[in-house]
Each structure stands twice: as C-alpha cells, then as structure tokens.
Design a protein. Structure first.
Length: 475
C-alpha cells in the first residue's frame, strides 16, 4: 500500500504540515483548546477581574485558520458527515420549544445551545482541517489535563486546600458539595474530606473534563510508535488519573472504568499491557489515597435505593437519594410529556421540584437539574430530542471506529487520532449518565473535534485509495 505521505501527481498532500492549512492553523487552534480545557478565560474573568468581553473573545482564535482557509487558500467550507444530524438535533430543540408553555425560558436555553453548541461546532470543525492540527490539538488537551491533574496532586500532597492557585485549584472544604464524611459510622461528629474542584470549582465537572482527556493520554502511552511520546503519554495518564481520584467523583470512576473496558473489548489496547498498569495504579491509590476506596464503597448504597431498610449502615447516603429523586422526577416528566417534552430548560425551572416532592423520597426546597443528561434531555425535549441526540453521537462513534480500523495497519498516527477521539467521546457520554448538560461547551468542542477528525480521515482515505488504484494501474 502506497503511503499517502508521499505526494501523488494530481492530488494534494493533505497529510503533511507543509500544506498551508497545516502550518497556519496549528497555533490558534491549540491556544483555543488550551484556554477552553483549563477554563482559563473564565478564571481570568471571575477570579482576576478581566473584562468579560476579553474572556469571550478567545473564540476569535478559531477564525484565524478559517479565514485563511476560505479566503487565502480558497478552500470550501467543511461539511462534516455528522453536521446534518447536528442540525436535526437543533431542529428538535425548536420543535420542543414551540410546544412549551414557557417561551422565555426556552428562548434563553436555545440561545445557549446556539452559542456554546452549534456555533462552537461549526467553528471547530472548520478550523481543524489536517492531521497535524488534529495531532497538535490532542497533545494540547493531554498537556492541559496533565497540568491540571498535576496541580491537584501538588495541592493534595501539600494539603494547601485554602490556596486556590490563582483559581486553577478551587476547593469547597466545608462540605457544601465539596467534601464528604470519612468519620466512622459510630462517630458523633463528621470528618469532612476535601474534594478538589480544579479550575471549574465543581468536583464532578472537573472529573468529567479529565475523564475525557484521560483516554487521549492512555492511547499515546500504549499505542504511539515513538518511545518518547509513549513516556509522555504514560506520565500524563498518571497525572490526569491523579486529578480524577482527588475529585472523589464516583460517576467519573465508573465512566473511566467503562471506557477502559471498551478499549479492551474493541482490542484497541491489550490486556497484558493494561491490567498490570491498572494493578499498580490501584495499589498506589489504596496506599496513598485510601479515602478514595471509602468513597467508592458508598456505591454499595445503590442496592439499597429501592429497599426500605432502616439500618443506617445499609442506608444509601443523602447524595445518592437526592440523585435518585432528581432522576425519577425527570423520568416522570418525560412519561407525562413523551413526544416533545416540556421545552429546553423548562423541566429545571418549572417541573423538577414539584415532581420530585411528589415521590416522597427526599424533600427538595429548590429547583434541581436532572442528574443525568439523558433523563433531563428526555424531560426537556421528549423522545424526538433524545433520539436525535443519540443518532448524532452514535453515528460519530461508528464513523470514528471505522476510521480507526481502516488506518490501524496503514498509518499509526491516523489510527491513534481516531481511537483517541472515539474513547474521549465515550468518556464524556459515560460521565453524562450521572451529570446533566451543564458546561455544554466541553461536549460540543469534543464532538466537533471528533467530527473534524472523521472529515479529515475520510478525505485522506479517499486519497489513499486513489493512490493505490493509480499504483496498481501503472504496475
């Protein structure tokens, strides 16, 4: 098979960084993704008082490669294979909104979907047009995750929980969502264990964005053909995993576990490599952060959610009961409004507390979001919105998997790009089982990056097939 890294007469060599889009597009794109994933713009505005318009202007970085591609290089706009499904999903939001009794709430939420969702998707998918830009962006995300995770590790080792490190290591030490009780069951007073929230100040959300970049580092650690990159990927994996552990997020732990299992089932990683690494990592966690084991042990309370036990030792903790209440409320709203839901954002504003308190599980004194992206989306947009969402992400996963298989024996870098984004998207979707679509910019950014990879790899596949056919014909 002739490699497409060798220019073929009559075809553009899209694989190399000598192409104008490969040179000019790297720096603005990687800067944008570094700022996005470290939450730098928000930290600057909320912690350091930088004007809001300056923080919001970071998106302008993506216009630099787009303008160059469209005007200077006279390339056509990118229409990814997933874009029609993205537009259909947004169409379902408008349909659900038309039938909603709260048009003002719907309008605000759809505006957020358009700015942090559709606009971001279009910008990213048009800015990222080559393998060099994709590769540099993935390494940037790995670096961002490693830096944040490393900072959390330092914060833990030094016990400097009161130091927010310029806003990049926020901690709620008082237990109002940022701590959990590690005191024995018979203790008369609580002993709160701090949970680290990184630059988001939200432990579960911080864990989520780290869970997305963890597979990127893991694939590099085990699949990259270059030894120095494998070492860099391995070191980054450890730091990112450390950050995830120190959030003490149970949902993230489940999501990371599911992601690793899927890498093994799809044979992207090998048992003989992953299992020893997991054994060593588990031993380190047990010895260094034993509170993490205590935290995960509370997942046993899931079995007691449907029981009427009165034994305090077997009773699920308040957080689990609260999540059950929120999710059941969303489910009941969906059952009552199955086709188009109650409208984007309307469940949270007008239905959550009322439906939740009817259940008699836990009294909610204020409105609550559904604690699952899928259940809340079902309540907000009904079966049409949920189906469109699943179609959008499922097609993305299938196309990434096909590209990963195609390039596995042909080009390691392209195979790693496809596999990495496949599992990054899986990581987000798995954490979304336990979290609603807040901070949705992270979801749309990773979906757009995955879509851009599909577009680039399919184009390269066509070039590869053309070069093979030309070689066979000339032979």
């Amino acid at each position: 098979m002739t490699s497409i890294s060798v220019p073929t007469p009559g075809r553009r060599d899209w694989a190399t960084s000598t192409h104008p889009a490969g040179r000019g597009g790297v720096v603005p794109v990687v800067l944008f993704f570094f700022v996005l994933w470290t939450n730098l713009a928000v930290v600057l505005t909320q912690v350091h008082g930088v004007p809001q318009f300056i923080g919001s202007s970071v998106v302008v970085l993506l216009l630099i490669p787009i303008v160059r591609a469209l005007i200077v290089d006279r390339q056509a706009p990118v229409v990814t294979p997933v874009l029609p499904l993205v537009l259909i999903f947004f169409g379902t939001l408008f349909l659900a909104g038309i039938r909603s009794p709260e048009p003002s709430v719907v309008q605000n939420n759809i505006s957020l979907y358009l700015t942090e969702g559709l606009l971001l998707y279009l910008l990213v998918s048009n800015a990222v047009r080559t393998i060099p830009v994709l590769t540099a962006t993935l390494w940037t995300l790995i670096l961002a995750g490693a830096l944040l995770g490393g900072l959390s590790v330092i914060q833990e080792l030094t016990h400097t929980y009161a130091n927010e490190y310029e806003g990049f290591a926020q901690v709620d030490r008082l237990g109002t969502g940022g701590g959990f009780n590690i005191a024995p069951a018979d203790a008369t007073q609580k002993e709160l264990r701090p949970r680290l929230g990184g630059p988001l100040g939200s432990e579960n959300r911080y864990a989520q964005i780290l869970a997305v970049v963890f597979p990127l580092a893991l694939m590099r650690a085990f699949r990259d053909p270059r030894r120095n990159r494998r070492l860099a990927g391995g070191a980054a994996s450890i730091l990112i995993a450390g950050g995830i552990f120190l959030t003490f997020s149970r949902g993230a732990a489940v999501a990371v576990g599911l992601t690793i299992v899927l890498t093994l089932l799809l044979r992207e990683l090998k048992f003989r490599h992953v299992l020893p690494a997991l054994a060593v990592l588990t031993a380190v966690v047990v010895l260094v952060v034993p509170d993490y084991v205590t935290r995960l042990s509370t997942l046993g309370g899931l079995t007691a959610l449907s029981s009427s036990t009165t034994d305090s030792a077997d009773r699920p903790d308040s957080a689990l009961v609260g999540r059950e209440t929120e999710n059941l409320a969303a489910l009941h709203v969906f059952i009552d409004h199955p086709f188009t839901g109650v409208g984007p954002g309307v469940y949270f504003r007008d239905y959550s507390r009322d439906y939740a308190n009817r259940l008699g599980l836990k009294y909610l004194g204020s409105e609550r979001r559904g604690h699952s992206l899928y259940l809340e989306m079902a309540a907000d947009t009904g079966i049409i919105g949920l189906t469109a969402f699943f179609a959008m992400v499922s097609v993305s996963l299938v196309l990434l998997y096909r590209q990963a298989r195609y390039w596995r024996s042909r080009n390691p870098e392209r195979a790693i790009v496809a596999s990495s984004l496949l599992f990054a998207l899986v990581g987000y979707l798995a954490t979304a089982l336990f979290l609603q679509l807040s901070y949705q910019r992270f979801f749309w950014a990773i979906l757009a990056l995955a879509s851009a990879a599909i577009w680039v790899l399919r184009r390269d596949q066509e070039d590869d097939s053309w070069a093979s056919d030309t070689t066979a014909a000339s032979g």
